[in-house]
Design a protein around this ligand. Structure first.
Ligand code: ADP
Ligand code: MG
Length: 142
């Protein structure tokens, strides 16, 4: 995956960017999403999940309360949200390395709550609120 930066001007544009990213993900893949509340992490996940054909956008909601949602049958995708984690933890402690070992795609919101080191091969996506409708999205690595 090539590094890039885009600025979207609506949730729809962020969804569309997520659908494009989906086409570049090859399992196993770890996608770490960084950014404040409202930066657009879940919106991007909706685009990725729908781009992979695993669920409709409206079927993707933030898994804050249950920690992880699973999509797919053949290709497994795990949507993890660390917002409510009390203390930062390592991938191994969270069991996320086991998910990757089964060749899944793992999307992690609030990746800043993961303690280092995160795997070098991870795709890092940093989202920032620029204005009410604008979000800067930087993709690195993969
Ligand atoms: P997060 O998961 O990072 O907390 P969400 O994706 O749940 O963020 O929420 C993003 C909010 O910002 C939504 O209410 C969405 O409608 C709004 N929004 C406005 N402009 C954009 C944009 N360009 N991209 C994504 N979301 C946007
Ligand atoms: Mg979210």
């Amino acid at each position: 995956m090539t590094s890039r930066e885009v600025t979207t001007s609506s949730p729809e544009e962020t969804l569309a960017f997520g659908r494009r990213l989906a086409g570049e993900l090859k399992a196993p893949a770890l996608v770490l999403l960084y950014g404040d509340l409202g930066a657009g992490k879940t919106t991007l996940v909706k685009g990725i999940v729908s781009g992979l054909g695993l669920a409709r956008e409206d079927e993707v909601t933030s898994p804050s309360f249950v920690f992880v949602h699973v999509f797919g049958d053949g290709l497994r995708l795990y949507h993890v949200d660390l917002y409510r984690i009390e203390q930062s933890a390592e991938l191994e402690t969270l069991g996320l390395d086991d998910l990757l070992a089964e060749k899944a795609i793992v999307l992690v919101e609030w990746a800043e709550r993961l303690s280092l080191p995160a795997p070098a091969a991870a795709v890092r996506v940093r989202l920032e609120t620029v204005s009410d409708q604008q979000r800067r999205i930087r993709v690195e690595g993969g």
